[in-house]
Design a protein around this ligand. Structure first.
Ligand code: KIV
Ligand code: ZN
Length: 518
């Protein structure tokens, strides 16, 4: 979609892989980041902030790799106002057809005094120096005034003027601590654009955190004040209460075009799929009543609503579910479906598996169809995502028997494939899940601690597949695994083993030889 005289284009800058990944416990593997970047690129995100290249070798590798693979999106990396950060960022984004260095410094009195121990004039010198250095490396430079909303407007004007003078092409004024209200935030952009010389030489950007639940409202207010770039994340993932949610912003602009005279080039039919992908990779499940992408966002339970919906969907629906990629739940496959039909169904759902993975997934699908009356698209998605989770990695769950009930202790008898060998052990625990996890520990001894255990039903009914997320932590590293099965305990074991494999893989990458015990 191109901008029309009536509708200004607003650029969508997605920072799921940087600000989103920064939220505690949300770290993602390289493979997950590449998949997310691909869907963001495909859906029409203008700028993807792929990471913080100086933060670790893993971040550098992710930004470089995403830069190499990007098709249409600009690929940005974040850099503090330090030469080594900027140079490292430049090295990572140079692989992109369109790369951007995003450098930032704090400008508020509280940050200057307590975090930086610098005077206002010193920070102005830093801005001049670091924006100039960035511009010497690349043409597309974004400068951010961290904690802009708590910065006196006169000083903020001087900072923005310095950044534009040194060649910053985008000026981002974040509400870093989620403190602003919509009127205030709008007014800040109006003032800055009016008062700063050459303000028309840069694109202004909003970046809002959701501490008071105002991130989306503030972002739209900033646009009303003249900003034309919105920084946001899928599912609103991000530090503390999160960032403004991409799907809410895109659909608000699209649905209320009557009073929001803007447009984005996002194809909204990717939104639900991107949301599921980010939830899976980060381990942060989406709440059922989350706007746009929550499981209940288009569900109508009450009789009055259902009656209205049957007569005319617009009685209670302001958006069509299919616009955001919600498929009508379909009964698709059963135990008589063959391998060909299964592969076609996978393609329709967007999965392309290699021969071995397809074989494994098909075997599990048959197994599922034997146990579950109706197999829905969601079941197949969960099963295949689970398959992808364990692909090519160390240990695998082969068989599990659990003895549970009122008279504890509960007992698990588990067989796993570890390095090609089948090992069986028994363990007891405080409940069946604990017993299962203890049995895994008995087979693969490790020190990792469990920091998250979540169970969701994939579809309706008592024979629904359970989708379990498990997060493990060891030596400051975090990994999230998912598992799906009609048996919650089997799903739990698969999720735990998947997280354990990922953690081992990470340890191995940073310290070859450390695989044995996670
Ligand atoms: O919230 C913030 O201020 C940021 C900056 C680094 C842009 O994330
Ligand atoms: Zn932020």
């Amino acid at each position: 979609m191109t901008a029309t005289p009536e509708k200004d284009q607003v650029r969508i800058f997605d920072t799921t892989l940087r600000d989103g990944e920064q939220s505690p416990g949300a770290s993602m593997t390289l493979e997950e980041k590449l998949q997310i970047a691909e869907i963001l690129d495909d859906m029409g995100v203008d700028i993807i902030e792929a990471g913080f290249p100086i933060a670790s070798n893993g971040d550098f590798e992710a930004v470089s790799e995403i830069a190499k693979r990007s098709k249409n999106s600009v690929i940005a990396g974040l850099a503090r106002a330090i030469h080594t950060d900027i140079d490292r960022c430049g090295d990572a984004v140079k692989h992109a057809e369109k790369g951007r260095i995003h450098t930032f410094v704090s400008t508020s009195p509280i940050h200057l005094q307590f975090q930086m121990n610098k005077t206002e004039d010193q920070v102005l010198d830093i801005i001049t120096d670091t924006v100039t250095r960035s511009r010497n490396l690349i043409d597309d430079v974004e400068w951010s005034a961290m904690d802009a909303t708590r910065t006196p407007i006169d000083y903020l004007c001087r900072c923005v003027e310095a950044a534009i003078k040194c060649g910053a092409t985008t000026i981002n004024l974040p509400d870093t601590v989620g403190y602003a209200t919509p009127d205030e935030y709008k007014e800040m952009f109006v003032q800055i654009r009016e008062r700063v010389p050459n303000s028309d030489k840069a694109i202004f950007s909003v970046h809002c955190h959701d501490d008071l639940g105002l991130a989306v409202a503030n972002s739209l207010a900033g646009v009303a004040g003249g900003a034309r770039q919105i920084e946001c994340t899928i599912n609103g993932l991000g530090e503390r209460a999160g960032n403004a949610s991409l799907e809410e912003i895109v659909m608000a602009i699209r649905t209320r075009g009557d009073i929001l005279p803007y447009m984005t080039q996002i194809d909204p039919s990717f939104l639900v799929r991107a949301s599921k992908m980010v939830a899976g990779a980060s381990g942060f499940a989406v709440q059922y009543n989350k706007a746009i992408v929550g499981k209940n966002a288009f569900a109508h339970e009450s009789g009055i609503h259902q009656d209205g919906m049957l007569k005319n969907a617009e009685t209670y629906e302001i958006m069509r579910p299919e616009d955001v990629g919600v498929k009508a739940t379909s009964l698709v496959m059963g135990k008589h479906s063959g391998r060909h039909a299964f592969r076609d169904k996978l393609r329709e759902l967007g999965f392309e598996l290699g021969d071995n993975a397809l074989q494994d997934a098909f075997r599990r699908f048959k197994d599922l169809a034997d146990r579950k009356k109706h197999v829905y698209d969601e079941d197949i998605e969960a099963l295949v995502e689970d398959e992808i989770n364990v692909l090519g990695e160390g240990a695998k769950v082969i068989a599990l028997t659990v003895i549970a009930g009122t008279g504890g202790p509960q007992k698990a008898i588990l067989t796993m494939d570890v390095g090609g060998q089948h090992v069986t052990k028994e363990a007891t625990g405080d409940g069946p899940v604990d017993a299962t996890f203890n049995a895994i520990k008995a087979i693969v001894p490790h020190e990792a601690t469990l920091s998250l255990y979540q169970v969701h039903a994939v579809t309706e009914g008592t024979d629904a597949q359970a989708e379990v997320s498990v997060r493990l932590e060891a030596d400051g590293r975090i990994a999230t695994g998912k598992g799906a099965d009609t048996d919650t305990l089997v799903a739990s074991a698969r999720a735990y083993v998947s997280a354990m494999n990922k953690l081992a893989l990470r340890q191995q990458t940073s310290n070859p030889g450390a695989l044995a015990a996670v």
